[in-house]
Write a protein that binds this ligand. Structure first.
Ligand SMILES: O=C(O)CCC(=O)C(=O)O
Length: 269
């Protein structure tokens, strides 16, 4: 679907809930030219986003996959670092998109249409601190993201509060492609669905054993710069294939779920 036809996707989040829809790609949420500009800022580490894992320089971090910002499951258990980084990330992200449509505002606008007009808000912890709105995933040549299914994330101790405010068991994943690699880097989504029996001892694991999907059908998606993918990453096993060539893969996104209070949608990373 093209961004200009967003209205036709009104209420489509209900279809995700009914499980009659697994994913949508919304094309040209931003222009490819603007994504090229954003990607060169990311490359130059401007603004100076927090890098995870912590490295002395962005150039050093470039050798391996890393994040700008930090995810809940990467953060320390007390979440002090997470909420501190979240505040800085938000202002850096506003700065990153300062001469175009603000990223958070655009995501909220899209999700509100898809949610039939529901409010789209960033959850807060009991101390009033905002969660991370998104993170940038940076995959240099040869890097990949192994098989996983995001419902598994909620076993991580850092999800304790979030679980009390929204339905993390049915979370969706959203990713805006900023830069696509020359080859590889496809998002591979499998027919294989999550079951809580997959999570031995209700434990969070960084990557699932590839044998889980060896008999499963799959499709490989390669959104282009400016395209936004929203899919049921909570229940669909997926991975990112190794990137090829010199161009790194940059995506910016996080997760979306219904708030337990029944009126809002929450997003976080
Ligand atoms: O970057 C992407 O396209 C997907 C990343 C992903 O699946 C994740 O980080 O959970």
């Amino acid at each position: 679907m093209d961004y200009s036809q967003l209205g036709t996707l009104e209420h489509c989040l209900d279809e995700f809930t009914r499980r009659t829809l697994d994913g949508v790609v919304i094309r040209q949420v931003y222009s490819p030219e603007y994504m090229q500009e954003i990607s060169s800022r990311i490359e130059r580490h401007e603004p100076p986003f927090y890098i995870f894992p912590n490295m002395a320089t962005a150039a050093e971090a470039r050798k391996n996959k890393h994040l700008y910002g930090i995810t809940l499951v990467a953060a320390g258990r007390d979440l002090n670092e997470y909420f501190r980084v979240a505040a800085g990330f938000r202002s850096h992200c506003h700065e990153l998109f300062q001469d175009g449509a603000d990223y958070e505002e655009r995501m909220r606008q899209i999700f509100s249409v898809l949610g039939g007009g529901r409010a789209v808000v960033l959850p807060r912890n009991p101390d009033g601190q905002d969660y991370m709105p998104a993170t940038v995933r940076i995959l240099p040549a040869g890097a990949a993201i192994d098989l996983h299914c995001d419902n598994n994330l909620s076993h991580h101790p850092t999800y304790a509060h979030l679980k009390t405010v929204c339905d993390v068991g049915n979370q969706l994943s959203f990713f805006l492609t900023l830069n696509a690699p020359g080859g590889g880097g496809e998002l591979v989504v499998y027919e294989r669905r999550w079951s809580d029996r997959d999570d031995v001892g209700n434990e969070y694991v960084v990557s699932k054993d590839a044998s889980m999907v060896e008999d499963s059908e799959w499709i490989a998606l390669k959104p282009q710069p400016g395209d936004l993918i929203l899919f049921a990453g909570g229940r669909i096993y997926h991975r990112v294939a190794p990137t090829e060539g010199n161009r790194p893969r940059y995506t910016l996104g996080g997760f979306l779920a219904n708030a337990h209070e029944g009126k809002s949608l929450y997003y976080w990373s």
